[in-house]
Design a protein around this ligand. Structure first.
Ligand SMILES: CCCCCCCC/C=C\CCCCCCC/C=C/C(=O)SCCNC(=O)CCNC(=O)[C@H](O)C(C)(C)COP(=O)(O)OP(=O)(O)OC[C@H]1O[C@@H](n2cnc3c(N)ncnc32)[C@H](O)[C@@H]1OP(=O)(O)O
Ligand SMILES: Cc1cc2nc3c(=O)[nH]c(=O)nc-3n(C[C@H](O)[C@H](O)[C@H](O)COP(=O)(O)OP(=O)(O)OC[C@H]3O[C@@H](n4cnc5c(N)ncnc54)[C@H](O)[C@@H]3O)c2cc1C
Length: 624
């Protein structure tokens, strides 16, 4: 099962090696992270990042190994933005010459970059950004400026205190005309003493949800006051400004400006499955250790994992973790395929890639945030302690519902793609890829499910047909209702809640389909495929009805712990007293409690100042 989860034997081996490297290095310790002040936490992040880079160079780690090292360090920081957004933005939007110049420095960490798109006043509406980049032909420079308070850059990770450079998104103005949003490389801080360059006001935007968690990241604010940059720092693969100030389009679609977001959304699906699997691992392992109540006859207490209610709340998450993992692996393939096509100037699959990445990012991150919260409840009181690992896991993953595109905004993009496809089907065009099922409209609009028994529900063809019929009928229903509205725009707006539901149904169909396709592959290991079939059944069925699932849960229960062990997480990475591999939960909880700074003294700070006078005063009063 470890191989099925990781994708290959090689993937298991390299992940194991990197996880152990991190777990055995004291610099990467994280058990007291939630007890650090914001300043201490930030400094700890700088230290870990520098040490990780040192180890990467010393050990000549490959890109794959270095990425895993960063993942197992498990502490959000400026390096995430540098590798996940700054470098890909230059790769996707820079010319060959620009890539050579900037990536050479970025790959060696001679510069640290971030992705500065969002502003105080606009995040979702990228076209509404206000920062300006005005071309000055007299000096061959762009003047980068924040004309209003709301145009201040706001949120970019690493911007606050660390980044030396950024890809800044701004409205390009030349020859008096506004050509909309484009990307520019800007140096922000001196490479000698790290002070902000003239005209740049820059800082951190302040503490965020939860202790530890995303507070290790210095999300930043930046205002630009007529800062000049050379013309060749506009990223010029999509469009160019000539020496004379002429704006010239390339022959690539302008949507490629959003390419970095497509790339990151794809990686976020893999993050979501990992985060969900960590929460499930903690809740399942702890559920096997925790006992409450005995039989009436005075028998031993029951493992809480044996309660049917616990199983019906928890096992759909276990199944979802596997489902999201497999669809994430497929999405990575889709992204690679689209990228190769783009290189040969085939842009035909870009809309589908956008819809798939946007939709899957939305559905998997929303489900993951909800599930982590529920796993906290599934662990009872102890789940609420920082030492369970769950509060921090929740706080770190919750913003994934917002960053890289608010989940509802992205689902509306999927809905827009579906409405277009429905109208193309109506005009006789055969849809392809993940919407190919829509071509079977005659059948799917009126077919009736032949499912009667639990066993019927495990038939992949039956499951798939139910999901296809559901998704198609919801999409067609929306399209019909939109066509009755005074205008397309009004109809879309009026029906947006239904459109979001239709988009979710379509995305869930993709997840179910990719799980079923995974089961058609050669899967090694005795009983592995059988367990995955049950999980696939649970994932699909819990989305459409909750009856008949009890039997499946009972079949999964004997292997539940093994199914989470297959995630192959070290105790260091899991970071949970409740989810420990050895099950020694109570001594771990007890030990963790004594690490809290409040327990450094027996009598707390503030006793002399506030407690003692109060107690003495009350004592005096009672004696009167
Ligand atoms: C316990 C400790 C654990 C620690 C572990 C760490 C865990 C984390 C691990 C790793 C870290 C991962 C790192 C993540 C870091 C995240 C940092 C966050 C960064 C950001 O958030 S960057 C900012 C992101 N911003 C957004 O996403 C904005 C969202 N808005 C948009 O994308 C757009 O504005 C829009 C799509 C909503 C609307 O676009 P527009 O105004 O142009 O309007 P439309 O008319 O709708 O679109 C026009 C046209 O374009 C098509 N389109 C839109 N987008 C795309 C796209 N991306 N690709 C291709 N095509 C696109 C759209 O479909 C339209 O097409 P048609 O005209 O219909 O054909
Ligand atoms: C932890 C974190 C890290 C981030 N890192 C970066 C970074 O590195 N670089 C960067 O540039 N940005 C970053 N961001 C910003 C992020 O990309 C934006 O917050 C995100 O795109 C959402 O935009 P917004 O905040 O403007 O939300 P808003 O658009 O203001 O959303 C508010 C509400 O309005 C709703 N809404 C908005 N538009 C519509 C619509 N058309 N129809 C229906 N409902 C709508 C949303 O669903 C939401 O409920 C980060 C954000 C966070 C939280």
């Amino acid at each position: 099962m470890k191989v099925a989860w990781a994708g290959s034997r090689h993937a298991v081996e390299v992940a194991d090696r990197m996880a152990c490297l991190v777990a055995s290095d004291p610099v990467f310790r994280k058990d007291t992270r939630t007890m650090l002040s914001r300043k201490e936490l930030f400094k700890d992040t700088l230290k870990k990042a520098a040490h990780a880079w040192k180890r990467t160079v010393e050990l000549h780690l490959t890109e794959e190994e270095a990425n895993l090292l960063r993942l197992y360090i498990d502490q959000p920081g400026y390096v995430d933005l540098h590798w996940v957004m700054f470098v890909p933005a230059i790769k996707g939007q820079g010319t060959e010459e620009q890539q050579k110049k900037w990536l050479t420095m970025a790959y060696k960490f001679q510069i640290i970059g971030t992705y500065a798109q969002t502003e105080l006043g606009h995040g979702s509406n990228v076209q509404g950004l206000e920062t300006t980049a005005t071309f000055d032909p007299s000096t061959d420079e762009f003047i980068m400026h924040s004309p209003t308070l709301t145009s201040s850059k706001w949120w970019p990770g690493g911007l606050g205190k660390t980044s030396t450079h950024a890809v800044v998104y701004a409205r390009l103005i030349t020859e008096g005309k506004d050509y909309g949003i484009h990307g520019f490389i800007m140096q922000l801080r001196s490479l000698d003493d790290h002070s902000p360059l003239p005209g740049i006001t820059i800082g951190d935007i302040g503490g965020k949800f939860g202790s530890g968690a995303y507070n290790s990241m210095d999300n930043g604010v930046m205002r630009l006051d007529h800062v000049r940059i050379p013309r060749d720092q506009m990223l010029m693969r999509l469009a160019q400004v000539t020496r004379e100030g002429k704006y010239v389009h390339s022959d690539v679609p302008k949507q490629l400006l959003y390419g970095t977001m497509v790339y990151v959304r794809q990686t976020i699906v893999a993050d979501a499955s990992r985060a969900l699997s960590r929460a499930v691992c903690i809740a399942v392992r702890y559920g096997a250790i925790r006992k409450q109540f005995g039989s009436k006859a005075g028998g031993p207490e029951t493992q809480v994992l044996n309660y049917k209610t616990q199983q019906s709340r928890l096992f759909p998450f276990l199944a979802s973790a596997y489902a999201f993992r497999f669809v994430g692996q497929w999405l990575k393939w889709l992204y690679t395929d689209v990228t190769q096509k783009l290189e040969s100037k085939d842009f035909s699959t870009l809309p589908e890639a956008h819809a798939c990445t946007a939709g899957l990012k939305s559905v998997t991150t929303s489900a993951t945030a909800d599930a982590i919260e529920e796993c906290q409840k599934l662990c009872g009181g102890h789940g609420y302690l920082n030492s369970s690992g769950l509060p921090e896991l929740f706080a770190v993953n919750l913003p994934a519902c917002t960053y890289e595109g608010d989940n509802v905004v992205l689902l509306l993009q999927v809905a827009r793609f579906l409405m277009k496809t429905v109208s193309q089907v109506a005009s006789g065009k055969q849809p392809v890829g993940t919407t190919a099922y829509m071509g079977n409209i005659q059948h799917l609009m009126q077919c009736k499910s032949v499912v009667n028994t639990v066993e019927d529900w495990l038939n992949p063809a039956a499951i798939k047909e139910v999901f296809e019929a559901r998704a198609l009928r919801m999409a067609v229903n929306c399209a019909q209702n939109i066509s009755k509205a005074p205008s397309q725009e009004e109809g879309f707006s009026e029906l947006s809640p239904d459109l979001v539901e239709a988009a979710v149904a379509h995305v869930q169909l993709i997840i179910v389909t990719k799980f079923i396709e995974k089961l058609q592959e050669d899967i090694l290991g005795h009983g592995v495929k059988e367990q995955l079939q049950k999980l696939c059944g649970i994932y699909a069925l819990h989305l459409i009805h909750n009856e008949r699932l009890g039997k499946l849960y009972a079949q999964v229960r004997p292997n539940a712990v093994a199914l989470v062990d297959a995630f192959d997480y070290t105790d260091h990475y899991l970071g949970s007293a409740l989810g420990r591999y050895d099950g020694d939960v109570y001594s771990a909880l007890y030990k963790e409690a004594w690490k809290d700074p409040l327990n450094e003294t027996v009598v707390p700070d503030g006793y002399q100042e506030h407690l003692r006078p109060l107690l003495k005063q009350q004592l005096k009063l009672s004696r009167l």
